[in-house]
Design a protein around this ligand. Structure first.
Ligand SMILES: NC(=O)C1=CN([C@@H]2O[C@H](COP(=O)(O)OP(=O)(O)OC[C@H]3O[C@@H](n4cnc5c(N)ncnc54)[C@H](OP(=O)(O)O)[C@@H]3O)[C@@H](O)[C@H]2O)C=CC1
Ligand SMILES: O=C(O)C1=N[C@H](C(=O)O)C[C@H](O)C1
Length: 245
């Protein structure tokens, strides 16, 4: 039995992760920790799952890694600087591994994969992500990662920026740019998590859309990460590395 701790255990995703760990025959939920609870109860865990908040996730990871506890992290807000910091902590604690994934939904991972595959065939691409209004960060971690993947594919194919003749605009009208890809964030009551990658070429549009219908959808990916993180090597970013894509 792998001993698992959950951080953010009373949150929207954390509740579902606790249920899934509890229901798994090969996993034991040894600690369910939320805001203001002492981290010490996580000390008996072999793997800690974090679905908290971008402002606190780095401190949580540091605490776990310094104690040799593997981490599976869904919390967003990671940029290159933060990832380098995590790599440094892992290097100082050999044998300890972390999996950080902007989206643990299998269909979301496929959506990102298909967007990367399609990117080289289209001169234009933009991303629209749509989320519930309680989300702290914009654009979403998934949209940021998708933009990076699409930009990588465009660079490899020798494509430049998407055509855009805009010379005057209201602030924000064209969204944020991530790696030269425009990303638009909608926050709306009734939504959970959704994304469209819109690719345009001569006389054709391809739209790749993903919809999250409930938060239990993240748990098969999280459990896969929990089961596999011990066999990874240092830091792994993205669930796609654990899938046979
Ligand atoms: N990678 C993925 O597949 C997914 C990632 N996410 C990301 O996961 C994160 C959490 O999302 P969600 O569950 O919707 O958010 P919630 O706000 O519902 O849950 C976060 C929980 O963490 C608690 N918390 C805050 N600070 C701490 C702390 N220092 N230690 C322990 N717990 C703490 C919060 O308490 P309080 O409310 O009192 O502040 C809350 O209960 C976000 O960054 C989100 O973007 C979400 C869905 C899927
Ligand atoms: O906050 C959320 O809800 C979600 N966050 C992740 C993100 O920022 O990409 C994953 C999913 O979109 C849900």
């Amino acid at each position: 039995m792998t001993k698992v701790g959950v951080l953010g255990a009373r949150g929207r995703v954390g509740v579902e992760v606790c249920k899934a760990v509890h229901a798994a025959d090969d996993l034991e939920l040894v600690a369910a920790v939320d805001k203001d609870d002492p981290l010490e109860s996580l000390a008996k865990a072999e793997v800690v799952v974090d679905f908290t908040h971008p402002d606190v996730v780095m401190g949580n990871m540091r605490w776990c890694i310094d104690r040799g506890i593997h981490t599976v992290v869904g919390t967003t807000g990671f940029d290159a600087r933060r990832l380098d910091q995590v790599r440094g902590w892992l290097a100082a604690n050999p044998g300890t591994n972390s999996l950080i994934a902007p989206n643990f939904g299998i269909a979301a991972v496929l959506m990102m994969h298909f967007a990367r595959q399609a990117a080289k065939y289209f001169e234009s691409v933009e991303i629209v992500e749509l989320h519930h209004p309680n989300k702290a960060d914009a654009p979403s971690g998934t949209a940021r990662r998708t933009a990076e993947l699409v930009a990588e594919a465009r660079r490899e194919a020798g494509l430049g920026s998407s055509p855009d003749a805009t010379t005057s605009q209201l602030d924000g009208a064209r969204g944020a740019t991530v790696d030269d890809v425009h990303v638009h964030a909608v926050r709306l009551a009734g939504l959970i998590a959704h994304q469209e990658v819109i690719l345009g070429g001569e006389g054709e549009i391809l739209t790749i859309r993903h919809d999250t219908m409930n938060r239990a959808s993240f748990t098969p990916g999280v459990l896969l990460g929990v089961r596999r993180v011990g066999g990874l090597d240092g830091l792994t970013v993205g669930l796609e590395h654990l899938l046979d894509l």
